[in-house]
Design a protein around this ligand. Sequence first.
Ligand code: NAD
Ligand code: DAU
Length: 358
Amino acid sequence: MILVTGGAGFIGSNFVLDWLAAGDEGVVNVDKLTYAGNLQNLQAVASHPGHVFVQADICDAGVLARLLAEHQPRAVVNFAAESHVDRSIVGPAAFIETNVVGTFRLLEATRAYWSELPEAERAAFRFLHVSTDEVYGTLSKDDPAFAETKAYEPNSPYSASKAASDHLVRAWHHTYGLPVLTTNCSNNYGPFHFPEKLIPLMIVNALAGKPLPVYGDGMQVRDWLYVKDHCAAIRRVLEAGTLGETYNVGGWNEMPNIEIVKRVCALLDELRPRADGASYIGQLTYVKDRPGHDRRYAIDARKIERELGWKPAETFDTGIRKTVEWYLANGEWLHNVQSGGYRDWVAAQYDNAKEATA
Ligand code: NAD
Ligand code: DAU
């Protein structure tokens, strides 16, 4: 079996569901269940014999050692992280703790376990670290997209903590020979995306008749990838990636935030029109910009396409339609994630950003 961390979050839960649907190999799913972890994401596999869920912190070296010894995984896939840039600006400590210290503890526990494996199993073992394009910093309009050779220039506490974790993973390979792989992916969207992030927040607020808060001028560019395509890329890198290499994963789909919001509104207008017949775009509100907001990310995904034959299956049109449909069909999931803690975050974050700039 494989051991996955952070498998109750957005991407991790999609990965676990797809993994169990695709084959017979089991998953030990280690997740602390922070505000972002949700066992409801995994309801479909709650009684699946191949899914073992363990609530635990990747900073806990003792638990990690016990789980590795007990389950003898052939691979570790590390999704566990604090993932929201805005939260990292308000409270960076948790990002250093989980993303840096947690990755360190996981590397050390894995190294101890891996070094005791019989030779054939040691050679076949993999540690796959899931990272982000944000480690590369920001691009101007005409800069080339991020290739794997681009220097790291992280700008937020979140991206700095992910960059640090990537460096640890690299060093554990170089120094100890741990068989690692790293993926750096662009912005994901799709089912189970927590509604603190742009796309699900816009859907939730639109349906609730609330303002759609766009930071600054809304012209920041991200490269959007449907989450199931990211999961397929991770499976492919795990299967065939070259040890010690990093692979950039993206959708060739750069779009300014304002365009994303318009697309979401147009789909909602079609699929769940407002009672008064007006478009949801009327709810758009420009708010104060994110401090240090990166202007543009773009991924050059040619390496993973060329070397491993991976390509995204979804276009933005097909992926965003599936996503909006999923949110409309899963009102109960949405209702349940909008807990007291979620409401407190939204109130504090957007009260702060209320001074509209446009
Ligand atoms: P998420 O915030 O939705 O989920 C993170 C999960 O990790 C949650 O289930 C949480 O409970 C768990 N977790 C947090 N701290 C933990 C700890 N100390 N021990 C164990 N579990 C812990 O995040 P996501 O969007 O699913 O991102 C998953 C990974 O992919 C992260 O490493 C993130 O940096 C990376 N990534 C995300 C995106 C994106 O667009 N969301 C893009 C590229 C890379
Ligand atoms: O690029 C990959 C990264 O994408 C991942 O590593 C992160 O874990 C993930 O959270 C995401 O980071 P972003 O900061 O790009 O995602 P977010 O959804 O928070 O914001 C997307 C863009 O939309 C960004 O330019 C900020 C803007 N935004 C966001 C929110 C929440 C708004 O304009 N208004 C908002 O309310």
